[in-house]
Ligand binder design. Structure first.
Ligand code: ATP
Ligand code: MG
Length: 401
């Protein structure tokens, strides 16, 4: 009898000719993440199903916690592979029941090789009789919390399994490419990152602070957010923490007060594009939702976007705050975003920011700033900290508590 976990794959199975490439990225990701945790298993893949066979003593929960965060897996099943020996089948059923601890069940029995059982019905009756004698469960065909599948393929191959939990549908990160997320300490940008990770982007992160906002509180919050989001990556990303005070100063000196935020956002994008080139990212990702605040009006967004040559993905653009908060809860970033720590410097934010900025006015004000390149160079060379994500636990650093 062999214990196994089975994963079904989602969208990837629809990929036609390219399916092998997508599947390879998913399988490599599973292998890497399990290897990182020193787990012992054999993997087999068959018809868009991935089987992980484990030794009996392996703790299945550790596997499930890892698999639940790998994008591209739609369902996770647990089960046993046995022969058609009744005692072996019964032992497997009892183990699944004690693992899941259900109340109401139904059986899905299927006999492919009619030898020991001449029909699926006969098999189902045997299984039901066994469960009724040995376990206190009720049959319920519609409101069940345990669907037991028993499939007899041959005398040597019987699969007994149950659906355990759902995974995350989508394309595994790296399938589409690398992205650079402009990550603030707010609720929105982490959700934007996750949505693009689920479209196959493996993300790095950049955050802009100033000496006023670069408090221990804010930095630790941003690191926690980046670490959480990195859990959904296929390979570890980086976090760039940029002290943007030099550039913020030249904007403050040269721009009209009500245009400051627009110019700052353009500078964020310009600087991020430069970093994206350094790390081979082919898209920027930000968390705007149309109309949410002054810098997210249609006019402001087009003026801000105008500065970028790289594509800027804004996956939240059509979502409202309630929808965004729901997603932030699901991906476990809401709690972190709600921690104290502000990324926005209050002495920089204008009283009444312009709602409909004009591009010609923006360009005129930018033409008064003649030392952007020089300041950006200093910022990159001496004021940018690079953190490798995914290593904090091992190093006994931030997350080691
Ligand atoms: P969030 O909830 O993500 O902070 P927001 O509603 O506060 O978003 P804005 O302040 O207008 O919106 O920022 C829009 C986007 O610009 C953010 O989602 C983020 O991608 C990026 N951004 C804003 N501030 C910063 C910052 N300090 N560092 C990095 N990126 C930032
Ligand atoms: Mg914000």
């Amino acid at each position: 009898m062999k214990k196994y976990i089975m994963c079904t794959i989602s969208e990837i199975s629809l990929k036609g000719k390219n399916i092998r490439r997508f599947k390879k990225i998913l399988l490599d990701t599973i292998t890497n993440k399990l290897k990182n945790n020193n787990l012992n298993y054999q993997m087999h893949e068959n018809n868009s199903r991935i089987f992980l066979y484990l030794n009996e003593e392996e703790n299945i929960n550790i596997y499930i916690e890892i698999l639940k965060k790998i994008i591209g897996i739609s369902w996770i099943y647990i089960g046993y592979r046995t022969s058609d020996d009744e005692e072996e089948i019964e032992e497997a059923i009892s183990k699944l029941i004690s693992f899941k601890n259900p109340q109401k069940y139904r059986i899905n029995a299927k006999v492919y090789q009619k030898k020991k059982w001449t029909s699926s019905r006969a098999l189902m009756e045997d299984v039901a009789r066994y469960i009724n004698h040995h376990h206190h469960l009720k049959v319920d065909l519609t409101n069940f919390d345990f669907e037991l599948s028993v499939k007899v393929f041959s005398t040597q191959e019987v699969l007994i399994f149950t659906k355990y939990t759902n995974g995350i549908n989508g394309l595994t990160p790296l399938s589409s490419g690398n992205g650079l997320v402009l990550l603030s300490g707010g609720i929105d940008s982490p959700v934007a990152s996750f949505l693009m990770q689920a479209r196959g982007m493996n993300n790095d992160f950049i955050t802009f602070l100033t000496p006023f906002t670069k408090t221990e509180e804010t930095v630790s919050k941003i690191k926690k957010l980046a670490e959480k989001l990195n859990e959904y990556n296929a390979i570890n990303g980086k976090l760039f923490i940029v002290d943007f005070s030099l550039i913020q100063e030249i904007i403050k000196k040269n721009a009209f007060e009500n245009y400051r935020i627009v110019l700052l956002r353009r500078a964020f994008i310009r600087f991020s594009e430069f970093i994206a080139k350094e790390i081979n990212a082919s898209a920027l990702i930000t968390g705007e939702s149309l109309g949410q605040v002054a810098s997210q009006t249609l006019e402001a967004q087009s003026v801000i976007n105008e500065v970028s040559k790289l594509i800027v993905f804004k996956p939240l653009i059509g979502l409202n705050k309630i929808e965004i908060i729901k997603k932030a809860t699901n991906i476990e970033t809401l709690e972190i975003s709600n921690l104290p720590g502000d990324d926005m410097c209050s002495n920089f934010t204008p009283q009444s920011p312009v709602i409909k900025p004009k591009l010609d006015k923006v360009l005129l004000q930018e033409s008064w700033i003649n030392d952007y390149d020089e300041k950006a160079k200093i910022t990159w060379e001496t004021m940018t900290q690079v953190i490798e994500l995914g290593n904090l636990k091992k190093d006994g650093g931030e997350n080691a508590e």
